[in-house]
Ligand binder design. Structure first.
Ligand code: ATP
Length: 299
């Protein structure tokens, strides 16, 4: 288990990480979100012991984390760092050896890993001949090939197309099954919502959201109502409890409700003639919540 206790990191007068606390149980995934400069990468560097905290501590299985834990950690840094002139195979063997694995053990596994991640290239190809997305997948393999128990991924989805992002998501979900503790940062709220067990949002180093993704969403109330069909004649905007009517396209209308209870009344109204293709009352999406929280800061 990873435990982070009241971490503080200052750069001069600026507090980049401000009393951050959380824990990650084995087989669980934590998403770290926040605007640029919120403190995500600094948090990772503190956990990895690359930089020294001003206050607080990080424990791995009850002990202060340090060099002794190096071989159980898999870290995908924000600045990707492969050696362009090495072949894929040499690269992966090099990183595995750094984490205490033998070439003999790892070499026979490489084809399977390249297959699993659908890397477009042979293991004898030099890294510099691969596209950016494929290089990123090779780097993720390098992060995971020694089967780490603590996995830290700094923006693993950046630069990946939807198919490769899905491969990345599947790989992260499999880490849960392998009982690893996983923490990753992302600016893509859909990905965070889909794969995280819990999330933390940082704002200027401070924790502004923390908990289970669905519970966080529900805490904002079911204030979004998605209706499919033509409701242009319904004049919802005049109804008390309706804050805003958003016509997304000819088929989809989204009502923003200041009073979620009004949903029942709207249901009666829109179904008075029978079947409608969609009536879906939801809490705001994580992306909407993120913007609300980020906006609150800017005010
Ligand atoms: P992004 O989403 O852009 O990657 P982030 O959330 O990872 O951002 P950090 O890189 O952790 O943000 O930076 C947090 C703050 O700390 C920023 O204001 C940054 O300028 C500052 N910072 C980070 N490293 C240093 C450093 N070595 N010296 C001084 N300030 C730093």
């Amino acid at each position: 288990m990873l435990e982070v206790h009241s971490l503080v990191k200052k750069f001069g007068d600026y507090t980049a990480v401000d009393h951050l606390s959380f824990e990650i149980q084995p087989g669980s995934i934590l998403g770290l979100i926040g605007q640029n400069g919120a403190g995500k990468t600094t948090t990772f560097r503190l956990i990895l012991d690359f930089i020294q905290a001003d206050e607080g501590k990080v424990l791995w299985n009850g002990q202060v984390i340090g060099e002794k834990d190096y071989n159980i950690i898999g870290y995908l840094p924000e600045e990707r760092g492969l050696y362009p002139k090495l072949t894929i195979e040499e690269q992966l063997l090099f990183f595995a050896e750094l984490r205490g694995k033998s070439r003999k053990e790892i070499a026979p596994q490489i084809d399977d890993w390249l297959d699993r991640f659908q890397v477009k290239g042979r293991k004898t190809d030099k890294v510099q001949t691969l596209s950016k997305g494929n290089q990123q997948k090779v780097q993720l393999i390098a992060t995971l090939i020694h089967q780490p128990k603590l996995v830290i991924l700094d923006e693993p989805f950046s630069g990946l197309d939807p198919v490769n992002a899905q491969i990345m998501k599947n790989a992260i979900i499999q880490l849960r099954q392998a009982n690893a503790c996983v923490i990753f940062s992302s600016h893509n709220m859909d990905n965070v919502e889909q794969i995280c067990d819990q999330l933390i949002m940082l704002k200027n180093g401070k924790t502004v959201l923390k908990g289970n993704v669905q519970e966080i969403r529900e805490s904002f109330g079911r204030s979004r109502l998605y209706l499919e069909g033509d409701y242009s004649s319904y004049h919802f905007e005049k109804m008390p409890g309706v804050e805003k009517v958003e016509v997304r396209n000819a088929h989809l209308t989204v009502l923003h409700l200041s009073n979620p209870e009004i949903g029942k009344e709207i249901f009666q109204l829109v179904t008075k003639d029978g079947y409608i293709p969609m009536f879906n009352q939801q809490p705001p999406t994580l992306e909407e919540i993120f913007k609300m929280k980020a906006g609150a800061e800017n005010e």
